[in-house]
Each structure stands twice: as C-alpha cells, then as structure tokens.
Design a protein around this ligand. Structure first.
Ligand SMILES: NC(=O)C1=CN([C@@H]2O[C@H](COP(=O)(O)OP(=O)(O)OC[C@H]3O[C@@H](n4cnc5c(N)ncnc54)[C@H](O)[C@@H]3O)[C@@H](O)[C@H]2O)C=CC1
Ligand SMILES: O=C(O)[C@H]1O[C@H](OP(=O)(O)OP(=O)(O)OC[C@H]2O[C@@H](n3ccc(=O)[nH]c3=O)[C@H](O)[C@@H]2O)[C@H](O)[C@@H](O)[C@@H]1O
Length: 445
C-alpha cells in the first residue's frame, strides 16, 4: 500500500518508518522544510535510538521518501495518516488548528478515494469533525479511521513494532481487512471499535498511567513520614496482576509532551459535557506539587538557598530523549534561581533544548556530571539516565562543598550510598547516609 504520513514528529516519523518494514511505500510529509532537508540528509529531527539506521536502510531500498509537498504526496497515496501536533490551548483543551489545517489541505489535494487515518491524539468527536470538514471541500469519496498511537519516546520503534495492542476505530466495517494488512506483523492483538471509543481509549489510557504515577507519588510521600520504603511497596503491589508493576516508580512526577497535555484535555472534554473529573484534577495537582519536593528537601538540609551552589543531573522529562517539554526540571531550576542559588546543569543530550527555552546568568552549563557536582552544596538527580548509576560517588563526595545528594528518581541503592559520606535523600525511602535513619512522626506507629 502507498501511505502519506502528515507530520514528522515522533509519531509521524516513527510510524512512517515502521510501516515500510511490512512492505508499504511511505512518504513522510512536513511543512517544515528544514526537517525535510535534514531527513533527506538521513539526519533525524528527533532523538530516538535506532531511527537513523532505519531511515537510511529504507531510503536506500526506495520504500521511504520525505517531502514538503503535501498535495503531491496525498495524490500518490491510498492511505493518508494525520500525525500533526495537538498541543494545549491556554485553558487546557486540545488545539486542533494543525489537524484542521492538514485536513483542509488533504481535501483540496484529493483526486480519488482515500482512507484518512488519524494517529494524533484528538478529543472525542474530532474524527467526525474532520469528516465534515473534508466533505465540505471535496466530492471525492473517503473513509475516516481513528488509530491512536501508544508509543513512548525513547522506545518508540520497539513500541511500534511490538505494541501491546493496536486500537482501530472505524464506522465502515469493510476497512477492517485493510487495517489488519497495514499493521501486519506488528501484533495479532488488533482491537477494532467505533471511532468515538477509539478516541476515548487514548485519553483514558494516558490518564490512567498518569493516575498510577500520582498515586505512587502520594504513597511515597506517606512512606517518608511513616518509615516505609516505596520501592518495596510498589514491588509488593505490582505482584498483584490486577495492579501490575509498571508505572509505579515514585519520583518527581511526570512530564513530557503528552501526559500533562492529555490529562488537561480530558478534564476539559469532561467539563464540556458538564462532568467534573475530580480524580484526574487531583492527579494533575499532585503532579504539579511533587517536583517541589526537591526544593523542600534542599531547604531541610541547607536552610536558605541564597548563595548556595546546586548541581542538577538531568533536564529531559525522562531518559533516552532530548525532549524537555513540560520537564519537571524546568520549574525546579526556575525556583532555585528565584531563591538566589547558582545552578550547575548537566544533561547528556537535552541541555541544548533546555537552554534554548530557558537561560539565566545564575546558570552554569556543564559537560560532565562530575563538573556539575564539583564545589556544589547539593546535587539533585532529576532524570534517571543510566550513566548516573555508575558514577563514583565516593570520589564525587570529596569534590563537593557540602555532601548532599537528592535523588529525585530513586536511582541509588543503600549499598551504593553507604560509606560515601553523602547525606542522601530519595523519594519515599528511609533516609540513608550522613544523617541518622528515619524517626517516625508522632502517631504514625
Ligand atoms: N510524542 C509522542 O511520544 C506521542 C505523541 N502522540 C500524539 O501524536 C501527535 C503528534 O505528536 P508529535 O509526534 O510529538 O508531533 P510534533 O508536534 O513533534 O510534530 C508535528 C509535526 O507536524 C507538522 N505539521 C503540522 N501541520 C502540518 C501540515 N499541515 N502539513 C505538514 N506538516 C504539518 C509540524 O511541522 C511538525 O513537524 C500529537 O497529537 C500527540 O499527542 C501520541 C503518542 C505518542
Ligand atoms: O501519548 C503519548 O505521547 C505517550 O505518553 C507516554 O509516553 P512518554 O510521554 O513518551 O513517556 P513515559 O515513559 O510514559 O513517561 C512519562 C513521564 O512519566 C514519568 N514516569 C513514568 C513511569 C513511572 O513509573 N514513573 C514516572 O514518574 C517519566 O519520568 C516521564 O516524565 C505513554 O507512556 C505512551 O503510551 C503514550 O503514547
């Protein structure tokens, strides 16, 4: 089959490249000519392990091409996939301007029957809006399919090629065989449903995962006060298959381009039909507060932060990505600057993106994690990059002005901390290192 994928962000590029692997011909389209030029030079505009090798292989084998010409690409395709952004408007609801703009361009380019498949995350009813919009601009026949995407940044290729499930929302049952053929080899678990339910499955899934994270973060906050260890609690909970062990890692909360945006959008979707989604509102509120736990722990150890030097390890919203969209690090760094600290920042790949969005005379940019720690009063680990696990903490402690390590992602074990001389604080675990162990608050036991 011939596909045109509109938008070369994570979703468009990764799904476009992966659709070539089961024999389809794919044109990845973007109106951003800079991105298309980069891709034609076999350079990926996104950081995703393995993507450049796949681009190179498929370009060479002639199954993949890149174009800024949407009209021509649509004309040459049987299936047109919408993978443009749906960012948040100031009120939280999804901004559909890119979806509507692309749909109008597709309609104007059509010269025959097309399947228009939406991979972007869109509010319930959007695919029907797309249908009306296209029908108002062309007499050519077409069908609409909702195919929400569940990939994660950093493991996007594996998630696409080996998904837990593929969700397909359609109202023309004759499309089902084509949809199965399109996804052939990815998984047998293809869940076919109606369009509105497919749209809702995407928001409900992201909201549920965000809920698990905020839930375990609140349990962690309680664990700290009662002397329990949240990593043990999560492990013990996760053994119950009804609960599951994933997304129970306590820390400084979720960030990224999707959970914050999609939870707010679902609150709005509910609000539009006069339903107050109280649970999800709390999930968002808990997440907003959780990052400031880092600042509270710094206050506990250092008192005032005026004149303090704080090292920051990790700026990306999670490891294996250079994405800093809605990264908790941003507000933490801003708070440190506002309190008068000098902040030494290190991230293996996201520093340039972070700096492009936020810079300040109190910030010092570091090339290695040890440099960010040197002369610091405290180091705060905000992203669980694998490299941090292997740092020589004994040596590090000797280079710091005060030996305080605040681990916002529970990376280190008791064994790694013992004997380093570091006063170590993590999330929801009994205190280890320089200070004495936990002392239960009155009434807790
Ligand atoms: N980033 C992720 O990990 C995931 C994202 N999603 C959803 O997928 C959608 C896309 O997200 P990202 O891939 O992050 O997108 P992105 O926002 O990074 O990129 C979208 C691209 O579309 C292009 N574009 C916009 N209008 C266009 C037009 N009319 N013609 C051609 N190109 C156009 C833009 O230039 C941009 O390069 C969103 O709805 C998002 O919620 C879903 C699952 C995972
Ligand atoms: O709709 C989307 O865009 C995507 O959003 C998330 O994917 P992603 O944002 O790439 O990253 P995750 O791995 O889900 O992590 C999100 C955030 O939650 C945090 N997290 C995750 C898991 C956990 O146990 N604890 C935790 O704090 C991470 O540090 C990160 O900040 C979903 O996992 C994908 O299924 C979905 O397709």
């Amino acid at each position: 089959m011939k596909l045109a994928v509109i938008g070369t962000g994570y979703v468009g590029l990764v799904s476009g490249v992966c659709f070539t692997l089961n024999g389809n011909h794919v044109i990845c389209v973007d109106k951003d000519e800079e991105k298309i030029n980069k891709l034609n030079r076999m350079e990926s505009p996104i950081y995703e392990p393995g993507i450049e090798a796949l681009i190179e292989m498929n370009l060479r084998e002639g199954r993949l091409s890149f174009s800024a010409d949407l009209k021509e690409s649509v004309r040459r395709s049987d299936i047109v996939i919408l993978a443009v952004g749906t960012p948040s408007l100031p009120g939280g609801e999804a901004d559909l301007q890119y979806i509507e703009g692309a749909a109008a361009e597709i309609a104007d380019a059509m010269e025959g029957y097309k399947i228009i498949m939406t991979k972007s995350t869109v509010p319930v009813g959007t695919n029907e809006r797309i249908r009306k919009l296209i029908a108002s601009r062309t007499n050519h026949p077409f069908d609409i399919v909702s195919a929400p995407e569940f990939l994660r940044e950093g493991s996007a290729i594996r998630d696409t090629l080996h998904p837990d499930r593929i969700v397909i929302g359609l109202d023309n049952p004759q499309l089902e065989p084509t949809m199965r053929q399109l996804h052939q080899g990815f998984t047998e678990n293809i869940f076919v449903t109606d369009i509105r339910s497919a749209e809702m499955i995407k928001y409900a899934s992201n909201a549920f995962l965000a809920t698990k994270i905020s839930f375990i973060n609140e349990i962690a906050n309680i664990c700290e006060k009662v002397g329990a260890d949240v990593t043990m609690v999560a492990e013990g909970m996760g053994m119950d298959r009804r609960i599951g062990s994933s997304f129970l890692q306590a820390g400084i909360g979720y960030g990224g381009s999707c959970f914050p945006k999609d939870t707010n959008a679902l609150i709005q979707i509910a609000g539009n039909v006069d339903y107050e989604f109280k649970l999800l509102k709390s999930v968002v509120e808990v997440n907003k507060d959780q990052r400031f736990m880092i600042i509270s722990k710094l206050h506990e150890s250092l008192g005032s932060l005026r004149g303090a030097v704080i090292g920051i390890w990790g700026l990306a919203f999670k490891p294996n990505t250079d994405d800093v969209r809605e990264a908790p690090a941003r507000e933490i760094v801003e708070a440190l600057v506002a309190e008068g600290a000098t902040v030494k920042l290190y991230d293996p790949i996201a520093a340039a993106n972070f700096r492009a969005q936020y810079d300040h005379p109190q910030l010092r940019w570091c090339g290695v994690p040890e440099e960010a720690a040197e002369g610091s009063d405290a180091v705060c680990l905000l992203t669980d990059w694998a490299q941090f696990k292997d740092i020589d903490l004994h040596h590090l402690s000797g280079t710091m002005r005060r030996q305080i390590l605040i681990d916002g992602r529970n990376v280190y074990s008791k064994e790694q901390i013992e004997g380093t001389g570091l006063e170590y604080h993590s999330v929801g675990r009994p205190q280890m290192g320089g200070l004495s162990g936990y002392s239960p608050v009155a009434g807790a036991v």
